[in-house]
Design a protein around this ligand. Sequence first.
Ligand SMILES: Cc1cc2nc3c(=O)[nH]c(=O)nc-3n(C[C@H](O)[C@H](O)[C@H](O)COP(=O)(O)O)c2cc1C
Length: 177
Amino acid sequence: MSFSPGEFRKALGLFPTGVAIVSGRTPEGQLLGMTVSSFNSVSLDPPLVLFSVARNAASFDAWQAMPKYGISVLARTQDDLSTRFARSQSDKWAMVHPAYGQHDVPMIPGALVGFECERHAVHDGGDHAIFVGKVLGLNAVANHETEPLVFFAGRYCGVRRSDASPSELEFRLLHGW
Ligand SMILES: Cc1cc2nc3c(=O)[nH]c(=O)nc-3n(C[C@H](O)[C@H](O)[C@H](O)COP(=O)(O)O)c2cc1C
């Protein structure tokens, strides 16, 4: 390879993504949650989405066994939740009351949109595994004026309407506003 792991990571970070939290409840009743930027659409019919989980995540085995999970796409104001759910093995749900959708999946309240999914497939993805979920239901579909949280070059950013021209969107570092 002509590039180092650090260079590869930096290059991947130049692809701006939204930020989502995948969430679920184990058969023992424990709430799980994990911040992911690897969420993506796969198929419209059947409705399929994906995200990938690092094999060294403490909760990796639990995700593999999870029959249903939620994916909450975060709004611009939810960067604190993204940070909280990215802290390994911490009590991520302390102070966060899950919102339950139609399919009894715990979701993040106040998200831009939530996808309730059932496990469809898990594929090998090197040091990650790729989880493909079949979407059972949509929650909290925000109106199109709600702004998303964006992750770019290792930092949180946001997209927001320009004050001068509300029909235009601006892309800025979150803490630059
Ligand atoms: C913006 C952002 C995006 C992330 N995306 C992913 C991801 O797509 N897949 C992943 O495995 N970890 C991702 N992480 C790291 C996980 O959130 C973190 O390692 C995880 O919460 C650890 O959980 P654990 O308690 O199971 O160890 C991301 C972290 C941040 C801050």
